[in-house]
Design a protein around this ligand. Structure first.
Ligand code: C2O
Ligand code: CU
Ligand code: CU
Length: 457
């Protein structure tokens, strides 16, 4: 099976739901096995793990400031937990086994109950054995609507994933722990889907204005995206509105866990097909198609207003303490030594344990926090990437501002891509009390050493 621009028909009747052991009330979020047509038609269905029976999972859509109450019911054969990515949440609801809760055993359940402070595009995913469970499909969208949403004709959520499927059986290749992936760029697949389908269609009308909410749920793939037959602006990153919408030119990156909200106008003519394209070194391929028909109501609009801002803390970063976090290890820059707990191990010993990366000399979440912040303090963190690979560094419970090379403050984000050999600085207002993870969102990297945490008290 190859990534290709070929056209395949999609049918929803191909989706077979595996019987569910526990009956779900509407407020349940049932983690369950299912089978879904992931590969193009003509291939068998793929056994997947889901929230509620399909990938992406159950669509959670609320208004800003509303409360989300979901009981996770675990019908999977493994313990699991749900993390609400990008939500500035109460610590006990953050879904991190071993830090904020115990993993939810097979057959057990856990009540999540929290308020969403910010409007925007977020997502939820498993945070236990994530490199396997997310790769099997345990993720879904969490959309928080603005009190007064922007004027668009359609609001489309497009969740990107990268699957490694056996070309004969269409089963997910069960090699999550393989040392080559872990020590290189992570688990890259051979089939990219949008909303769990290969190259799906989203019919649109001429001159319509669309809001596209792109979410990268892939284990490790960084996309370089471009638009064909659509033109417009980036209006939000990682859920947070940009002060000034940014016109889309050429390509824009989307690293694992990141989101980008676009507001675009259909510029393709009736009968043409607009598309979302993943640009690769050798040309690229379409991810989703937007067949255009004569629009009834839409009249072309001019310009755009920024989305209403979320209420974020003031970032006073000039004299904020600066903390360096050095990203170490991986192929071509193999670790000579790193610590697990108090014990220093050699690179060879670490590799035998499946640890290939380290953050400041630790190849596992250390006992003591990387940063111990007083509530309300501002801190700067500089990620120094000494490895030969890019990493998508993510902080829990907070958004931070990117510090631009000229020292000014860039956009709010919750996940920053640090290219190889690069340093990126962020400014963080530690305003959410608790113990929070800080890790690479290439999920295999996190599992093989790139995991740390910080404390706010
Ligand atoms: Cu999206 Cu720690 O995760
Ligand atoms: Cu997160
Ligand atoms: Cu990484």
């Amino acid at each position: 099976m190859m990534l290709s621009r070929r056209r395949f028909l999609q049918t929803s009747t191909a989706m077979l739901l595996v019987p569910v052991g526990v009956r779900a009330a509407s407020s349940d979020l049932v983690a369950q096995a299912a089978a879904q047509q992931i590969a193009p038609d003509g291939y068998p269905t793929t056994p997947v793990w889901t929230y509620g029976g399909s990938v992406p999972g159950f669509d959670i859509r609320v208004r800003q400031g509303e409360r989300v109450q979901r009981t996770l019911v675990n019908n999977l054969p493994q313990p699991t937990a749900v993390h609400w990515h990008g939500i500035r949440i109460a610590n006990a609801m953050d879904g991190v086994p071993g830090l904020t809760q115990e993993a939810v055993e097979a057959g057990a359940s856990f009540d999540y109950d929290f308020v969403v402070p910010d409007a925007g595009t977020y997502w939820y995913h498993s945070h236990n054995r994530s490199m396997e469970q997310v790769a099997r499909g345990l993720y879904g969208p969490l959309i928080v609507e603005e009190a007064s949403p922007p004027d668009v004709d359609r609001d489309l959520m497009l969740m990107l994933d990268d699957w490694r499927l056996d070309p004969d059986t269409a089963h997910i290749v069960n090699d999550f722990d393989n040392g080559h992936d872990l020590s290189h760029a992570g688990r890259l697949g051979n089939l990219v889907t949008v909303n769990g389908r290969f190259d799906p269609d989203y019919p649109v009308g001429t001159a319509e204005r669309l809001r596209l909410r792109l979410i990268n749920a892939s284990n490790a793939r960084i996309y370089d995206l471009s638009l064909d037959g659509l033109s417009g602006w980036i209006v939000a990153l990682d859920g947070m509105p940009l002060e000034q919408p940014l016109p889309v030119e050429e390509t824009f990156p989307l690293a694992p866990a990141q989101r980008v909200d676009l507001i675009v106008d259909v510029t393709a003519k009736a009968q043409e097909i607009a598309s979302l394209v993943s640009v690769e070194r050798d040309g690229g391929f379409g991810l989703a198609r937007f067949p255009v028909s004569e629009g009834a109501a839409a009249t072309p609009r001019q310009g755009i207003d920024p989305l209403p801002p979320n209420s974020m803390p003031e970032v006073q970063y000039d004299d904020a303490p600066l903390h360096r976090m050095v990203l170490q290890g991986g192929a071509m820059r193999w670790l000579e030594a790193a610590k697990i707990g108090d014990t220093e191990l050699t690179g060879r010993e670490l590799a035998q344990l499946g640890r290939f990366w380290a953050l400041n000399g630790y190849a596992e979440r250390p006992k003591d926090p990387f940063l111990d912040a007083r509530l309300g303090q501002t801190h700067r963190i500089e990620f120094v990437n000494e490895t030969a690979f890019p990493h998508a560094m993510h902080l829990h419970g907070h958004h931070f501002r990117i510090v631009l090379p000229d020292g000014s403050l860039g956009p709010w984000r919750d996940t920053v891509l640090v290219e190889r050999g690069q340093s990126r600085q962020i400014a963080l207002v530690a305003d959410n009390p608790g113990d929070w993870l800080l890790h690479c969102h290439m999920l295999g990297h996190a599992a093989s050493g790139m995991m740390s945490w910080f404390r706010v008290s």
